[in-house]
Design a protein around this ligand. Structure first.
Ligand code: ZN
Length: 93
């Protein structure tokens, strides 16, 4: 059986990525008037909020922003998926 056939038949689970170096979320904002972008901030939105307020302070007519929050997901084999047992033994199925 080809590997892609096994993957289609297997069970997978989706969870939030919590591995080393993975931020819980990344926050960002873009000014809708001029396109200026805040430096994206990992794990806290306050720096982006402060940037937004300062931006409007410098440019009083720039008052609308597109704010975005990015989350990171991962997919792992569920019980019954042959990849689960294989990864526990350090081999690829
Ligand atoms: Zn602006």
């Amino acid at each position: 059986m080809a590997p892609h056939t096994i993957i289609k038949a297997a069970e997978w689970t989706l969870t939030a990525e919590s591995g080393e170096g993975a931020p819980q979320a990344t926050f960002s904002a873009i000014c809708l008037k001029c396109g200026a972008e805040a430096e994206p901030a990992d794990g806290e939105r306050l720096p982006v909020e402060v940037w937004t307020l300062k931006h409007t302070g410098l440019h009083p007519t720039h008052r609308q922003f597109k704010a975005a929050t990015e989350y990171f997901w991962r997919v792992d084999p569920a019980p019954g998926n042959p990849y689960l047992a294989a990864e526990g033994q350090g081999v690829q199925p």
